[in-house]
Design a protein around this ligand. Structure first.
Ligand code: BG6
Length: 507
């Protein structure tokens, strides 16, 4: 593969690497993800001039489309985004190709190989290929086997496979899938994607922690009393009942996105900024993480499901009334839980994570609450003095804020909390890229830093599998608490914190 170089055409604050010549093959190209995320992300990379001239996207699915039909479908789906950029789109769409392939039929892999060889000649893509599996998880194994048996993964420097979530359904299935994909290629060819790691603000946690000297000395149990990690959404399940009914919030959001945020927040400083050093530290901290009550896990986890809500003019249906959902469904759309990390840095510090659909606001954030001052010398406006808090705003309104006490104006000596703020938008004046832009570029560059390694995925599944087993075998131990749509979730989640004399932060 070519050595990445810094693109002199990108000016301003960004320093970007140029992607080497290659063909990106998308399996599942007729699916939702391709037109909602992947093609828009590639178009963005094209506009940023980060794609090489020697480039191609080969969409593959069963539908018998031609190249032209694929281009047409994509331009219809992206209509809104491209309306003022027609010329750029026309240029970009010349890189889109399509081949009707069913990877479950072994004979079809030859057809793929022939097409790739043609594309190599046409676009000078040097047999350098990134295979993106945007197919249903049950096909991951077959797809990897087909690619490997046909020799398309033989050269680890020129071929890699990107695998979408969910990677497994529990610890055992994730282990088997890891074994299978590792038998098809080397670990450094496998890119397990978690789009939260592509978010600028999640990566910023690393910079904030390890490029500043003031945080590291206090980033531990001596100064931090608890950590809250929230991913709140206002949307419901949209048209994904088929997937969501068999997934639920633990599998959909907690095992991957929230756990990755936890790992980055809690990991030890790596010796170097290279993929393996970072992933070693993340894997280590995940292996040290446990449910707060391992013997009686139902005591540290609350599940909820959204009910009706909204306003008279725009009412919202309950989860059970969504199209395709079982009217007696016990799938959780909300989960809150308490975890501990058993190592020197974090022993005894509770990490509370929560996520839910149809909550009051769309807000993802990490809140580190510091220990209270040992003696309270001043009166406080509002009763109890507030503890210092560092709030890392992941989305929207990306940034960070630090909450501390100051003297209230006037003759007395009372204190009140204020916020010191940093906003990405105000400081840099340009919106962050979508996570997929960064992650697609990194995969095509062969940089696995922001992708989850096999041991991380297994450690995360191992953590939640006891809960998933209870839900499957004795669901009454982890009952579903209904909550009204557009509220902050069930009262039972507040009780989880109230038992520790704490409150969830209302973002
Ligand atoms: C996906 C989940 O992985 O992440 C969705 O499957 C969820 O259910 C989405 O809505 C949230 O992503 P974001 O980037 O909008 O926070």
């Amino acid at each position: 593969m070519n050595t990445p170089i810094t693109n002199p055409l990108r000016i301003g604050l960004r320093q970007e690497k140029v992607i080497p010549p290659q063909c990106l093959v998308i399996f599942g190209a007729s699916g939702d993800l391709t037109h909602r995320k992947l093609v828009p992300a590639l178009f963005e990379l094209f506009k940023q001039r980060r794609l090489p001239r020697e480039f191609a996207v080969l969409g593959c699915a069963r539908r018998p489309w031609s190249d032209e039909e694929f281009r047409q479908k994509m331009s219809i789906s992206l209509q809104k985004q491209i309306k003022d950029e027609k010329d750029s789109w026309d240029e970009f769409s010349k890189y889109l190709f399509y081949e009707s392939i069913d990877l479950n039929q072994s004979s079809q892999i030859e057809k793929l190989r022939t097409r790739l060889e043609n594309i190599d000649k046409l676009q000078a893509t040097h047999s350098n290929r990134t295979f993106y599996l945007s197919v249903a998880p049950e096909f991951y194994g077959n797809a990897c086997r087909a690619l490997s048996s046909s020799g398309l993964l033989n050269d680890p420097k020129r071929s890699r496979v990107v695998i979408e979530k969910p990677f497994g359904r529990d610890y055992t299935s994730a282990q088997s899938l890891n074994r299978l994909v590792q038998s098809c290629g080397q670990e450094n060819q496998i890119f397990r994607i978690d789009h939260y790691l592509g978010k600028e603000t999640v990566q910023n946690i690393l910079v904030l922690r390890f490029a500043n000297t003031i945080f590291e000395p206090i980033w531990n149990r001596n100064y931090i009393s608890n950590v809250q990690i929230t991913a709140a959404e206002t949307v419901g399940i949209e048209e994904r009942s088929g997937y969501y009914e068999s997934s639920g919030a633990i599998r959909d959001m907690v095992q991957n996105h929230l756990t990755q945020m936890l790992a980055i927040t809690a990991m030890e400083p790596p010796g170097h900024f290279d993929p393996e050093s970072i992933r070693n530290e993340k894997a280590k901290v995940l292996k040290a993480t446990t449910l707060a009550d391992e013997l009686e896990p139902w005591r540290c986890c609350v599940r909820g499901q959204y009910g009706k809500g909204g306003t008279n003019s725009s009412p919202l249906v309950s989860y059970k009334e969504e199209v395709g959902v079982d009217p007696n469904s016990t799938t959780e759309t909300y989960v809150a839980m308490k975890l501990f990390i058993n190592n020197w840095r974090w022993q005894g510090v509770p990490f509370y994570v929560r996520t839910g659909k149809r909550l009051a606001k769309r807000r993802s954030e990490i809140v580190l609450t510091f220990r209270e001052a040992p003696v309270h010398l001043f009166e406080t406006t509002g009763g109890r003095p507030t503890s210092n808090q560092l709030i890392l705003r992941i989305q929207p309104d990306e940034g960070a804020e630090f909450r501390f006490e100051v003297k209230s104006p006037g003759s007395g000596m009372s204190s009140r909390p204020v916020d010191m703020e940093f906003s990405y938008d105000q400081s840099f004046g340009e919106p962050s890229d979508e996570g997929y832009v960064r992650l697609l570029a990194d995969a095509m560059l062969g940089d696995p830093t922001l992708f989850t390694r096999s041991d991380e995925v297994e450690a995360a599944w191992r953590l939640y599998t006891p809960l998933l087993e209870i839900i499957a075998d004795t669901p009454w131990q982890l009952p579903i608490h209904p909550y009204e749509s557009r509220t902050w979730g069930p009262a039972a989640a507040d009780d989880l914190l109230a038992r520790d004399n704490l409150l969830w932060r209302r973002p």
